[in-house]
Design a protein around this ligand. Structure first.
Ligand SMILES: [Zn+2]
Length: 211
């Protein structure tokens, strides 16, 4: 019965073959023998890393929203724009729907996801379990697919190449801040191993019930 209780069964997301990944040690990963799909990886410091990436990412997001993002100069005219002003411009041009989507996908959703990841990872690192962690975790896993941080940043880089022929473009502090935020956001989500996460949450819930 103990062996059964200690097993950690995972179904391959591609072919549904069932595996017991409870025997993995720190640094080891499991992939499906049938189709090669990645299943899980054990990282002893995974939650501390997640916490660090989330804190650094939130700081970079604040920097990304607070200073000039890009400035353009052409024929003696200079225009400076911050990240929130880009969505404000869309709103002013009669596109409130687009302004809402852009603000949601590049600032609000990734910011909320990182803030919730920071909250959850802090609880886990401190060995705490609360009932609300389960629905909040589900919400984070659902929301992370709607954050388009890297898509936006790649779009900016591509448009810079085109605009560079017409005007002098200077990248501001926020440009680099948002670039760092994009990398940290990707790193945070990359740290988030669903199998290990739910397994740790189950363990903490068990400890909490046993008290
Ligand atoms: Zn498979």
């Amino acid at each position: 019965m103990d062996a059964e209780a200690d097993s950690l069964l995972v179904a391959c997301p591609s072919c549904d073959l069932l595996y017991d990944v409870s025997g993995l040690h720190n640094g080891e990963k499991a992939s499906c023998a049938r189709c090669g799909e990645f299943l899980t990886r054990v990282r002893a410091d995974g939650f501390v890393k997640l916490q660090s990436y989330a804190i650094a990412g939130l700081v970079c997001l604040v920097i990304g929203c607070s200073f000039p993002f890009l400035s353009f100069e052409s024929s003696g005219l200079e225009s400076v724009m911050t990240l929130p002003q880009t969505t404000q411009q869309l709103y002013d041009q009669g596109r409130p729907d687009l302004a809402l989507l852009v603000a949601g996908f590049i600032i609000c959703i990734p910011g909320v996801v990182l803030a919730l990841l920071l909250l959850l990872s802090t609880c886990i690192v401190r060995g705490k379990f609360y009932e609300w962690m389960v629905p909040v975790t589900r919400l984070v896993f659902h929301m992370q697919g709607w954050a388009m941080v890297e898509v936006f940043f790649i779009g900016v880089l591509v448009s810079l190449v085109k605009i560079g022929h017409m005007a002098t473009v200077v990248m501001g502090i926020s440009f680099w801040g948002y670039g760092a935020f994009a990398l940290l956001f990707i790193s945070s989500v990359g740290c988030l191993d669903r199998v290990q996460y739910w397994s740790e949450l189950d363990r903490l819930a068990g400890v909490s019930r046993a008290r």
